[in-house]
Design a protein around this ligand. Sequence first.
Ligand code: SF4
Ligand code: SF4
Length: 313
Amino acid sequence: MSYQLPAIDRLGFCNVFLSAIGGDGANMSAKLLFKIAVTELDLDGAYDAKYGSEKKGTATDVSLRLCYKGTAVRTSGPTTTPHILAIFRPGLIETLQLNRGLQANATVIVNTTQTPDEIRDRLKMHSGRIVCVDAETIAEETGSRLNMPMMALICRALRFPQEQVEAVIAKTWPYAKDANLGAFKAAYDGVNEKEFAPRADYPLLPPALVARGQIGYLNMLNGGAIDAMTHSTVNRNNQVAGYGFVPTFDPSACTGCAVCMTVCSDPGGIVWKDGKVIGLDYAFCKGCMRCVEVCPQTKKGKALNRPEIAQVA
Ligand code: SF4
Ligand code: SF4
């Protein structure tokens, strides 16, 4: 067997966990990674994704468990002990306690303008490699999406053969080939990474549990209903994930064309009243910038614009 997984746990899996928010494309990129693993590299494994609601910037996550063919695959739920952790929104580090369950010597890939040292302290990571990349800027400059540079660095951490992966990307998205491959290559070239030795005051922590513990037959509500008090996202807003990175809006330049409404990944993000946009609701907007891309340039300028600020979280 020529390809070797970078790490495996006692069940025979290399665990990859992608933490993002709805609309980031984490699920789509993870599906492609899994396809490459199975069809190109002759691996096996299991796949789990929590996604669907893009409302209010809901946190989404995807788990890949990769193993050599012939390994007994006896679990398919989300992994809680990643060897590779990809953080699409660094604002999720503290909220979701993403350091919990991390393996020793894990690889953590973060979309950020912060340094590996800064991320290590935020994450309180015990040991391993932190790979920082400004994936947001790469995506914008190449006309691609956030998920492409992040996927590139997961492939790199998994040591997937770059040329083979690029061929699959080109075949999968023929019309966006140049943009996606541009983002993919830029990510490989644009990393700021560092290896960290174990640190006693940042111990390895057990995986996080939901608020009232793991759900099972002992505490599940009647009929297996999901406990809304524990799992509802109704009171969440996206400040945690999109903090500091939402579009600016100039009402004087808005023509009321409504194109932004057709692309918004959370329709609550754009406030529409009496035939025009009157502003953005930052409790809903997740900062995906899709509306900025489509908002037309007119004589009065462009109503929706990317903010002139650094990504701060
Ligand atoms: S308002 Fe714009 S940036 Fe905010 S979620 Fe909608 S499309 Fe994305
Ligand atoms: S796309 Fe721009 S101009 Fe058109 S309605 Fe939205 S904000 Fe206004």
